[in-house]
Write a protein that binds this ligand. Structure first.
Ligand code: SF4
Length: 84
């Protein structure tokens, strides 16, 4: 079972591209000026979500820490704890 859920509050993304620079294996810029988590689609609420294994945690934590408007989140699946 995946250990973490990566979340992107896409409606509030300002398109600065920091996440795509820091973690290009997981993040890319879209033609609409916002970023996307690679391999996901936008949910009905406008957010993107992806399940992550332990080895993918560090790069995405760095991406979340680089986001100037804090719209990237990581949640522990087992406990629901919000890490960032
Ligand atoms: S770092 Fe944050 S604001 Fe900048 S493109 Fe990525 S998600 Fe959007």
């Amino acid at each position: 079972m995946a250990k973490y859920e990566l979340q992107h509050d896409r409606p509030n993304c300002i398109g600065c591209s920091a996440c795509a620079s820091v973690a290009p294996d997981f993040w890319k810029m879209n033609d609409d000026g916002k970023s996307d988590i690679i391999g996901t689609s936008v949910g009905l609420d406008g957010w993107e979500r992806k399940e992550l294994e332990e080895q993918d945690f560090s790069a995405n934590k760095s991406a979340a820490e680089s986001c100037p408007v804090n719209v990237i989140h990581l949640v522990k699946k087992e406990t629901g704890e919000k890490i960032i």
